[in-house]
Ligand binder design. Structure first.
Ligand code: PLP
Length: 466
């Protein structure tokens, strides 16, 4: 196949055939004899595939300006081989166990970045759009523990599922979705990924960093920002910018036209670069996204959900997380009640969107049959954040879990009868980098802040030791 021809071309260009064959054998794990090189080299133009040619050209461009040292040629060539090897695996279907070398510096024994066939839980196997593959990006199962939230009425006990601990820079529940979407992107041989969200989007941060970990180029559409000067380098924005994302500013527009922008940009990128580009919808909200949370529900079952809890509470924005959990709850015939605290949209708007998601995966159910959407907690939950961190050591974020926790606390007091029982499980969906959005300076200095215990040094009482 073309690999040999490309190697031949490299050999011709760099005039180090023996070294190149040796490297190729190590990197691509292919057996290439000098004879094969000569044979293929006769027809070199015909045998180099378009994508291989592209990388080869890159390689040549990189080396063209200089008299490359042997070491540099080696480095260019290794990069090239890894891309080629990655492409071959992605286009011929996965046997990723044999493809361990292609991400440098990462210990593959723990399964990270490996692709597997996905098995939906038995109770979900009749649904539509079951993803075929999953690639590991998270540390699961995330723990569950008791949470001594201040202000919980005595008749309730609150527990917390720590999905914020699913990883470090790739953390939070949303990374569960990316495990499916990136598997699909790689299987489609994508070289670019387009997605979008608000300036402090956790989703955009995770997509951008995952892209770079897979050697793909991230393209991020930033909603509600129309001038360069409005772009911050704080919190999540700092992290997706550190990932070298290509940024596209989008003025305020409707959800539908923003989604349309993402799709149009993906078309534009693949035409411009002549390479496949994978488009991830806003917040990863999609049928595979639902399966991420159907799988989360199975994880909860394995962690003793049915024996230990009566209600689940989670924050809701696009609806994907809560909908997946509620579908799991419904299909398993569980007696738990699912409460979703809306942090942005009205109950009416969410209901419409989730109804569509449910019919997409083949369920003719209404949203309100399977979950309790609570709205009215759209304001920022800074007071809850400082109170909770100062009392329990758990960090919440200003956009999702802060508001979700505030909603939980107030509902336990105002509407206790909407809860099924006394043991409540709150799902911490992550988002901690939002805490570094630059607004906390002011919050911390507000009078009466729960997390402010500032003391003058008590010189009289604690003399300095001589
Ligand atoms: C940390 C965090 N929690 C919760 C959510 C809400 O999830 P969903 O959009 O699936 O409703 C998001 C969405 O981006 C998030 O980033």
């Amino acid at each position: 196949m073309g690999v040999t021809a490309v190697l031949g071309e490299c050999a011709r260009i760099f005039t180090h055939p023996r070294m190149i064959f040796k490297l190729a054998q190590r990197e691509l794990n292919v057996d290439i004899s000098t004879d094969a090189y000569i044979d293929e080299n006769r027809n070199i133009e015909q045998t180099i595939r378009a994508d291989e040619r592209f990388y080869l050209e890159l390689l040549v461009i990189q080396a063209a300006d200089e008299e490359p040292s042997t070491h540099k040629i080696e480095m260019y060539f290794i990069t090239y081989c890894r891309k080629l090897s990655h492409n071959r695996e992605a286009s011929t279907g996965p046997d990723w166990r044999d493809d361990r070398q292609w991400i440098p510096g990462i210990n593959m024994d723990n399964g990270y970045f490996q692709m597997h066939e996905y098995q939906a839980p038995a109770w979900a196997q009749h649904l539509n759009h079951i993803p075929s593959h999953i690639v590991k990006l998270t540390t699961l199962n995330t723990p569950i523990h008791r949470w001594s939230l201040p202000g919980v009425p005595d008749r309730f006990q609150v527990f917390i599922k720590r999905d914020d601990l699913s990883g470090a820079e790739l953390s939070g529940s949303k990374v569960r979705i990316l495990q499916f979407l990136f598997a699909e992107a790689l299987r489609q041989n994508a070289r670019h990924v387009v997605t979008g969200g608000c300036l402090q989007s956790n989703h955009c941060r995770s997509v951008a960093l995952t892209c770079r970990q897979f050697g793909l180029t991230p393209h991020i559409v930033v909603a509600r920002v129309s001038k360069k000067e409005e772009l911050e380098a704080k919190g999540n924005a700092l992290l997706y910018r550190l990932a070298g994302s290509h940024l596209y500013l989008s003025p305020t527009c409707s959800y539908e036209s923003f989604s349309q922008r993402l799709r149009s940009l993906a078309g534009y990128i693949s035409d411009k670069y002549r390479e496949p580009c994978y488009c991830i919808p806003l917040g990863g909200s999609s049928p595979p996204g639902m399966f991420a949370f159907i799988t989360l529900f199975q994880e909860l079952i394995e962690q003793g959900l049915f024996d230990n809890f009566d209600d689940i509470v989670v924050s809701i924005a696009t609806g994907c997380t809560a909908a997946g959990i509620a579908v799991g709850n419904y299909l398993t015939g569980s007696k738990l009640r699912i409460h979703a605290v809306s942090i942005a949209l009205s109950k009416e708007e969410l209901t419409k969107r989730i109804d569509l998601m449910l019919s997409d995966i083949g369920l003719s159910l209404g949203t309100n049959d399977i979950m309790d959407i609570i709205d009215g907690y759209i304001g920022q939950g800074y007071e809850t954040i400082t109170n909770v961190s100062a009392n329990t050591g758990i960090l919440l974020d200003p956009y999702y879990t802060g508001k979700g926790t505030q909603g939980l606390l107030e509902e336990l007091k105002k509407n206790p009868t909407t809860f099924q029982g006394k043991k409540i499980l709150f799902i911490h969906t992550g988002g901690k980098f939002g805490l570094f959005n630059g607004e906390m300076d002011q919050v911390m200095n507000l009078p009466g802040n729960h997390a402010n215990y500032i003391n003058e040094w008590p010189e009289k009482d604690i003399p300095l030791v001589q």
